[in-house]
Design a protein around this ligand. Structure first.
Ligand SMILES: *[C@@H]1O[C@H](CO)[C@@H](O)[C@H](O)[C@H]1NC(C)=O
Ligand SMILES: *[C@@H]1O[C@H](CO)[C@@H](O)[C@H](O)[C@H]1NC(C)=O
Ligand SMILES: *[C@@H]1O[C@H](CO)[C@@H](O)[C@H](O)[C@H]1NC(C)=O
Length: 339
């Protein structure tokens, strides 16, 4: 075909003859077939006047990282082009253009390494990290504690979490160090989260749900007794159901740790707060002072109760205090994370 060939040739030489500032934002990658672009990343296909119109459309869209232009067809992609052109046939060949430099506000150092921000990651900062483990090695995050956006799967809007980019990367669910944050909150607060991400906070059940729904996570509790000895309790595979299902605990996996097992007993139990989910009418949340997976006899463990300080540092044995089963003392400086 003569005409399409002309268009292809024009598309090739136009960047060089036009000196267009728009095309200066892109680098030509390679000539590939459709099959070379990763599935699911083409988000639009328009008919456009020219290569430049297509380039300008992509340039203006934050989520457009690359485009292809062929015979007035403009294909926009939310992914940089992963090119392996070995299998493309001449018939399906298209030229790809990709935004150059660091994307999404990332800054390159003198060696060209991108330092990403806001939870973006990978060599060009082109994608959001799925969770803190995913982004742990990103140069601008590694080794730090940071509030960053994560996106466990593409259907979920990115949301902010507190990350410890160490020890394999921890996505925090609950920080309760100072006891100054009141944990007696309603359903909406436990659903959407409360507190300050960089200090005491509860991430929010909806976000926990999206995280644990995306892959297997360990759930870990770290706490201290009155002598400041640290204890870490691990559940190998924590999962909860969605809100319709009351954020019921559907899996805890295998338990390990120096203290007793507190969560296995709470399997299949939905979450409740003083204003929602009190299926058994015991008003546990009201009595215990926080939102939790309260069982028929309220709780075997209560991580959201009040910290009661006693002269000997031991528990009062009242239901509203913070406690872990079978230990004499109240757990304090509680951190709970997914990993
Ligand atoms: C915590 O909040 C609850 C509900 O708003 C309130 O009834 C309670 O008095 C508060 N506790 C403290 C210690 O401020
Ligand atoms: C919640 O989960 C249940 C069971 O998996 C499913 O039937 C329901 O459609 C889900 N609801 C929403 C809003 O996603
Ligand atoms: C509190 O409960 C623990 C564990 O059941 C028990 O060992 C301890 O003696 C109790 N303390 C008081 C003061 O009742």
């Amino acid at each position: 075909m003569f005409l399409p060939n002309i268009v292809v040739i024009l598309a090739n030489i136009l960047p060089y003859i036009s000196g267009s500032p728009i095309l200066g934002h892109f680098k030509t990658t390679s000539v590939c077939g459709d099959s070379q672009v990763k599935d699911g990343y083409q988000f639009a296909r328009h008919t456009t006047r020219s290569l430049l119109t297509c380039a300008s459309t992509c340039n203006e869209l934050e989520k457009c990282y690359s485009f292809a232009y062929q015979d007035h067809d403009c294909f926009l992609y939310s992914m940089i082009v992963i090119s392996d052109c070995s299998t493309s046939t001449p018939k399906t060949k298209k030229h790809f253009y990709e935004k150059s430099g660091c994307l999404n506000g990332g800054k390159a150092d003198t060696t060209g390494t991108c330092y990403c921000k806001n939870g973006f990651m990978d060599e060009r900062c082109y994608r959001r990290m799925k969770d803190c483990t995913d982004g742990m090695l990103e140069p601008s995050y590694a080794g730090k504690g940071l509030a960053l956006y994560v996106q466990p799967n593409p259907d979920v809007e990115p949301f902010k979490v507190y990350c410890i980019m160490n020890y394999g990367g921890r996505t925090h669910v609950l920080y309760h160090l100072s006891e100054s944050t009141n944990l007696t909150r309603n359903w909406e607060a436990y659903r959407n989260g409360f507190g300050v991400l960089t200090g005491d906070h509860w991430l929010g059940l909806e976000y926990v749900y999206h995280l644990v729904n995306s892959r297997n996570f360990k759930l870990e509790f770290e706490t201290r007794n009155s002598l400041n000895n640290q204890f870490k309790q691990t559940y190998s595979n924590f999962k909860i159901a969605n809100e319709t299902d009351g954020y019921r605990i559907t899996s805890v996996g295998t338990f390990s740790g120096p203290m007793a097992d507190c969560m296995t007993d709470l399997l299949e139990i939905p979450f409740s707060t003083y204003d929602h989910g009190d299926a058994n009418g015991l008003e546990c949340a009201a009595a215990y002072g926080g939102g939790w997976w309260f069982r028929d006899y309220c709780a075997r463990c209560n991580m959201v109760g009040r910290l009661v300080t006693t002269p000997d540092g031991n528990r009062l044995n009242i239901s509203s205090e913070k406690y872990w089963p079978d230990v004499l003392w109240n757990p304090r400086r509680l951190k709970v994370w997914l990993q």
